[in-house]
Design a protein. Sequence first.
Length: 42
Amino acid sequence: MTSFRAILLSLLAAVLVTGCNTVKGVGRDIESVGQAGSDAIH
């Protein structure tokens, strides 16, 4: 039972870390698009 709990926690941690990286990547993409639009206007 202990090894099952450890595997479950490891999978959960991996999913959370992957999710955070994805959100950061989307944030960078949106910021990049905003900067490009601002540069095009000025």
